[in-house]
Ligand binder design. Structure first.
Ligand SMILES: *[C@@H]1O[C@H](CO)[C@@H](O)[C@H](O)[C@H]1NC(C)=O
Ligand SMILES: *[C@@H]1O[C@H](CO)[C@@H](O)[C@H](O)[C@H]1NC(C)=O
Length: 472
């Protein structure tokens, strides 16, 4: 394929050289017809054409070199993958996985349209082998986007590796001015469709959610199809980020590439309040069936699947439905790597006051890229997780609350019904809601947290058969 395109470029350049040669020949050269003069000029042209040929050759060589570099960086990344994940798997297999084709897309007809959008292909990896990951910041009419951008810019290890794209809806001038003030440090794009949205009368007060979904759909298409990035981190304009925010996503990137049962890496722990986490567990990561959002990374493949059927509103609940999730999980941390500093606008202010503002933001840098994270791959994780959960001693809420458990080690509180789950969750201060039957942070029905110095699993029976979508 590459060889063919090189030959094609070479042939085109040769042809162009020849055409130029003859064009020069045909051109009337002077008012006076002077044979010697013409011959001199032909010599000149010949020289120029030869020069051109030499330059073309150089160009082709540079091109070849470039392609070799790309291959080299691919080899480098596979080496890094091996290093980061485990040393057992042959490098070739990892490279093959990097080369894997996008998953088959169900609705061919709809996708054709998306495919038709012209896109520029960005490099997937830097020459040093680091993956390029776009950071998409959603903005509308809050000038506090400045706080978020200042942090992202000062924390990112490299502007080439983490290009920041600020997508703005709403045409709010003061916000635009602030975004513009960052100049070349970021790319500012604006959602062009500012028409009013026709919202069913019953949902008038939720119009904001329709606008958000429209904005998300447009901006993610920009990032993946127009800019051509392969991976992106989605951030909103009201987020503070942890010092190891970028390190967290770099370190978990190989997991997202390698494990097709993962579809997102999230920076957020829904139960990340101080009383419910191990505050020394900076490096602890988990799988979760619940899509957390609030600072999350996805691949272009996933977007190619979701984009064509993107909903008109409430995209986050939509994405949590079984038709979209398809049993895939996300990675989430014990200590959140993002934190909302307050939402004014569409989102529920009460929710912020009651929950979000108590989430603890991690403040210790964890070198995730240098850690062995293979334990998070499904095959390794599920076995160990099920083992730990179902071997742990069963206790009841009263014992736990009174701190009356003698033995150290993790414990388990069981639940069998929706109501029992909600009651226990409420008493412990956990989030007690479900989305498509999945409790927040749950993995295989188990909500894992930390309470009075002890790991606790709020868990269904060991013979659990899957989520009950009617639980809400
Ligand atoms: C990484 O951890 C896995 C267990 O999850 C282990 O089998 C593997 O050998 C480790 N790799 C390295 C390089 O330590
Ligand atoms: C909790 O467990 C303790 C010890 O097994 C027991 O004495 C107590 O009655 C239990 N409480 C409830 C509410 O089941």
């Amino acid at each position: 394929m590459r060889k063919k395109s090189i030959s094609f470029i070479f042939a085109s350049l040769c042809l162009w050289g020849v055409i130029t040669y003859f064009l020069f020949l045909d051109r009337p050269i002077g008012r006076e017809y002077n044979k010697d003069n013409i011959e001199g000029q032909i010599d000149d042209i010949e020289k120029k054409v030869k020069q051109q040929f030499a330059e073309n050759k150089k160009f082709i060589q540079a091109l070849k070199h470039n392609l070799k570099d790309q291959k080299k960086s691919k080899d480098a990344i596979s080496a890094i993958l091996v290093q980061n994940l485990d040393n057992n798997e042959p490098a070739k297999e990892l490279v093959d996985k990097m080369d894997r084709q996008p998953r088959p897309i169900p609705d061919q007809e709809k996708n054709r349209k998306v495919d038709e959008i012209k896109h520029t292909v960005s490099d997937k990896f830097l020459p040093n082998g680091n993956p390029v990951i776009a950071v998409l910041v959603f903005s509308c009419n809050r000038i506090t986007v400045q706080r978020c951008l200042d942090q992202l810019i000062s924390l990112r290890p490299s502007a080439e590796q983490f290009p920041i794209i600020v997508s703005q809806d709403c045409d709010h001038e003061p916000t635009s001015t602030i975004i513009q003030s960052y100049g070349e440090q970021i790319t500012h794009i604006r959602q062009p469709d500012q028409r009013d949205i026709d919202v069913p009368p019953k949902e008038k007060k939720f119009k904001g959610y329709f606008k958000i979904a429209r904005h998300y759909g447009w901006a993610l298409n920009q990032v993946f199809l127009e800019f051509g990035y392969e991976t992106a981190i989605v951030v909103e304009d009201d987020l503070d980020v942890a010092p190891d925010f970028f390190e967290y996503f770099s370190g978990t990137y190989p997991l997202l590439m390698r494990d097709s049962t993962l579809w997102c890496i999230s920076a957020w722990n829904d139960n990340g309040k101080s009383e419910l986490i191990d505050e020394n567990g900076h490096d602890l990561l988990y799988r979760t069936d619940f899509f957390p959002g609030l600072g999350w990374m996805l691949t272009k493949d996933t977007w190619m699947e979701l984009g064509p059927k993107w909903p008109k509103s409430y995209w986050d609940d939509w994405i949590r439905k079984p038709e979209q999730r398809k049993d895939r999980a996300c990675i989430r941390p014990e200590l959140s790597r993002t934190m909302t500093f307050g939402k004014i606008g569409v989102s529920n202010g009460l929710f912020f006051e009651k929950h979000l503002r108590f989430i603890k933001l991690n403040d210790v840098f964890v070198p995730f890229t240098k850690m062995n994270l293979t334990y998070l791959l499904k095959d390794n994780y599920d076995m160990a997780f099920v083992n730990e959960v179902y071997r742990s001693r069963v206790v009841n809420y009263t014992e736990l609350k009174k701190d009356a458990i003698q033995n150290p080690g993790p414990v388990r509180i069981t639940y069998h019904t929706r109501q029992a789950y909600k009651n226990t969750a409420k008493m412990l201060g956990l989030m007690d809601d479900f989305r498509s039957g999945v409790p927040r942070t749950s993995y295989r029905g188990v909500v894992t947290f930390f309470y009075k110095g002890r790991r606790v699993h709020l868990a269904p029976n060991a013979n659990w058969a899957g989520y009950d979508i009617t639980w809400s």
